[in-house]
Design a protein around this ligand. Structure first.
Ligand SMILES: [Zn+2]
Length: 290
């Protein structure tokens, strides 16, 4: 079984506010153990978390060996104040505060640095993000600083501009990456950046009734076409489901993600897809480690 390269153990796939609030007065092992059991049942032995502001993923990393799981955490994600990312980490206002957060993550034992460089998709409107994201210059500096401190970088990045800037700056793994344009896809395919396109959080919304299906369908189809394009150009792809996101349960979410990925590249390409996913996972295991 493949590893889960993008999960949020603090969330439960149902209601993130309720899931997060369980840990408000201190981290509770109960929900963490439930999620580990789900992964164990799915045969998952490697998990990379996206971090959180409450220390849940840090605690999870301590418990993981009991479940035979190699678990990696950035401890918390880093976002710019006033931008998306509050539920998964801490905010900086300027360059100095960003640097302090990177140093703090290192001190707290982060396996890698997780940064938020863009907003989220509006699932009821194809083509729309809830914010523009950070500037190219800022993104470049953020990645370079972490690299200079010997840390690999995982970036939440949607929208062409932020993703392009991050790939140009030598980003290690690009998460989501919805709405990329062809030039950026070409650059991504030729770079060493591993792309984790997280199809499940979109695909699993189909038929749920929360958003108009025709909008969700357009978002999903576009992303699947982009995955196929990068695949055909020889790019590096990683398997991560964003488990914990709405309708993406831990364990099952990864199986869903794999099914969407296979659909994206086409059945004839599955053996090569498997080879690439394994290669990416091996790289992450080896390099994104404290
Ligand atoms: Zn995520």
């Amino acid at each position: 079984m493949f590893g889960e390269c993008h999960a949020h153990i603090i969330m439960d796939g149902k209601n993130y506010k309720a899931a997060v609030s369980l840990h408000r007065d201190g981290v509770k092992d109960g929900p963490i153990r439930e999620h580990f059991e789900a992964w164990q049942q799915a045969g998952v032995t490697f998990v990379r978390d996206g971090g959180d502001a409450l220390g849940v993923s840090a605690r999870a990393r301590e418990i993981a060996p009991e479940y035979g799981i190699d678990y990696r955490s950035p401890i918390f994600a880093i976002h710019k104040k006033g931008h998306y990312g509050g539920i998964v980490g801490h905010a900086f206002r300027d360059r100095q505060e960003y640097r302090e957060l990177v140093q703090r993550a290192r001190r707290e034992g982060a396996d890698f640095i997780k940064i938020m460089i863009s907003g989220l998709m509006e699932f009821d409107r194809f083509g729309v993000l809830n914010e523009e994201g950070l500037s190219a210059e800022e993104i470049r500096e953020m990645i370079e600083f972490a690299h200079d401190r010997g840390m690999k970088v995982m970036a939440h990045g949607n929208g062409d501009g932020p993703a392009r800037a991050a790939v140009e700056a030598g980003l290690d793994t690009l998460e989501h990456g919805d709405y990329l344009e062809q030039d950026t896809l070409d650059m991504l395919a030729e770079s060493h950046t591993i792309w984790v396109p997280t199809l499940a959080p979109t695909g699993n919304l189909l038929g749920c009734g929360r958003y108009p299906d025709e909008q969700v369908e357009q978002i999903l189809r576009r992303q699947m076409r982009c995955v196929r394009y990068v695949f055909e150009k020889g790019g590096r792809l990683g398997l991560g489901s964003d488990a914990g996101a709405y309708l993406v349960p831990h364990g099952q979410g990864l199986l869903d993600e794999y099914a969407w990925m296979k659909q994206a590249v086409g059945p004839e390409n599955v053996p090569e897809l498997d080879r690439r996913l394994e290669e990416s996972e091996e790289w992450i295991k080896k390099e994104m480690k404290r």
